[in-house]
Design a protein around this ligand. Sequence first.
Ligand SMILES: Cc1cc2nc3c(=O)[nH]c(=O)nc-3n(C[C@H](O)[C@H](O)[C@H](O)COP(=O)(O)OP(=O)(O)OC[C@H]3O[C@@H](n4cnc5c(N)ncnc54)[C@H](O)[C@@H]3O)c2cc1C
Length: 567
Amino acid sequence: MLKDMKWWGWGDPAYAFPLDEKPLLWPFIQKTLGLSDSCRKTPPIDRAQVRLPEQKTNAGFVQAINGFLKPTQIAIDDEQRLIHTYGKSFPDLFRVRKGIVDNAPDMVLFAECHVEVEKIVQAAKQFNIRLVPFGGGTNIVGGVEHLDHSQMRVTLDMRRMSRVLGIDEGSSTASIEAGSPGPKLEEDLNALGYSLGHMPDSFEFATLGGWLATRSAGMQSDAYGKIEDMVVAMKMVSPMGTIETKLTPKSSAGPDIDQIICGSEGTLGVITEATMKVHPVPPVKDYHGVLFRDFESGSEAIHEAISRNASPTMFRLQDIAETGLAFSMKKPSTGFTKMIETQYKKYLKSKGFATPCLMMIGFEGDADHAADMRRKVLPIVKNRGGHHLGNSVGKTFQKNKFAVPYLRDILMNHGCMVDVAETAAVWSKLMPLYRAARDTIQAQFKKEGYPGYIGCHISHSYVDGASLYFTFAAQQIEGKELEQYYRFKRLITETFMQNGGTLTHHHAVGYEHRPWMEREVTRPGLTLLRGLKSTLDPSGIMNPGKLVPPEDKDSNSPTPATTVPFE
Ligand SMILES: Cc1cc2nc3c(=O)[nH]c(=O)nc-3n(C[C@H](O)[C@H](O)[C@H](O)COP(=O)(O)OP(=O)(O)OC[C@H]3O[C@@H](n4cnc5c(N)ncnc54)[C@H](O)[C@@H]3O)c2cc1C
């Protein structure tokens, strides 16, 4: 049974963020965003009022797929069309909550094996159908939205292809169907004693194929790598046939085709299977908290640790703003504990930790490995000014790590814009980039005359640099919500580009980041990507409008700040 997300928000319809258990959080948000108790309430439209657009159909295609799919694999009902309309970015949720669903697919298909995907892609090619592969629908760059209205629009949901096909224990690799959602994939591998160890914040719903198609990064990427570092071989069905790469550890037979498929965002074909590096389920998962006086010294500690080969499973360093938000989620203590905590806070303040930055460090593996890493890493972070809090903060982090995204729905119910933007840069550029992005957004809030929130954390670290992950929020400007959002989104993306950051470290391109692709990869680089697309998908049926801008849209000038891309 597939677990669908809320049609109007993030995640499990049965789960609500436990705001009542966190009495400090809402007052913190109200103060930061200037929200009064009587602020505008903006709940999603009643489901019964959502009108899906009229369906296009193609008799030849419908007849062809009825020849090899069961009726239960073909959906044309409004429920499925609605669920498959968007990803989960702010503009996606803003529109769906208002009942704006003009780009809904005409039909949703559920493939159950590789051969069916081959037949679907061939039928789409024959009848000129627009085909969008769909994993968990968790992307936030417009990746699964249909943009081409000229033909019938079909979304191919991959989640019924979720089996572990085999494990090669001697080589620590597992072959897995691409539609497997995170929890099922881990459960199936864990039952065999293994783990993939890829846990993005969207883990509960995202799929292996979606991760590969977007070059995703999980929380433990410092140890296990990004998803493209874990892949050994793949199968992708393109309109020109199936590409199957060879199962070998390394090869010098030309450019790496696995790496061409990774990040292709459904524009070249449908990934159906992948063989991934796996590791034994770590018996120890030990997460520690460390406080720093400022973001810079925490960042230097990560850099030094990684340079000295003291690389734990996770380094996550929050800046002052994000630490403030994290602490506001803590349950207030009472009685004796409260007394001790007050004294402790006084002590920390006297030592310069009045507005600290929180770092979480994860040590996973067997007991010896985890202990060895702790012995190497903790002295480095302490030498760099870190104050070790122990592992109780780490336990809270582990418990709550998938709950935070649910908070956005509450904010959107109160007329707020909330979204994220991420990048990566080499160490020498990282802190200037961080300050430039933070200061630019803060200055924009000031210019527009309302309070706002911008917080950041270092989410993934490497020997040569790290990734920065920003969250920004403010009250929406009524009637101008999307223009307001795109002013901030464009501004922060421009700041990344002008300060040596990548356009995106792990969220991919979709249509949201497409206008900057030429500046990211150069004009000849774009020509190369267009060549791949036109060779494998000459009629342009696969996820049109994503990743690569059309030729007439090439430009080296910044994108206008207020353009709304899907209008
Ligand atoms: C709350 C939240 C937290 C997030 N946290 C993270 C994070 O920590 N790390 C991270 O990397 N990302 C994160 N994301 C972004 C998103 O989860 C990732 O981009 C994820 O990899 C998408 O996987 P999916 O299965 O949901 O793919 P979808 O959203 O369904 O699709 C994404 C793209 O891949 C294509 N695609 C999907 N499946 C296939 C396939 N089998 N073959 C070919 N193309 C395919 C789609 O056409 C689309 O272009 C987050 C998003 C949200 C909303």
